[in-house]
Design a protein. Sequence first.
Length: 149
Amino acid sequence: METYNLQDDSYLKVLRPLVEAYQAIFEVGDRHIRSMGLTPAQFDVIAELWGTDGLTAVELSQSTLLAKASLTGIIDRLESKGLVERHAVPRDRRSMNVKLTKAGIALHRKCFPAQAKMMRPYFERALSQHDVNVLQKLLVRLRDSCRKR
């Protein structure tokens, strides 16, 4: 059996730094989001609902990084905080449309810019605008490649 030397694999050499960068970004963002009274999952749902007339749970699970199974509990908690409301979807008794309330819209207007402002310096210290443009394209290509299975 042939041995495989991972040290020489240029593609795998990028994997660990990529995961470590994700973890570092998540930790910094998580602390800030929680300081605003939200979980990262709640923040993600509010961000996705922003600027829409509402989304179904299926649409939310496709547009967020959340599993559909955990989405119901997240929506329940946001609803209990008065940040979202559910409405029946006409002609589909099984679906509910989730929409931001006025309080949810106000919270987004406060939290989302604050989060972006807090995160920006981490990127600016490490990346030029050109780097950001290239990295965004590369990450999308990598994501799309993984999704093609």
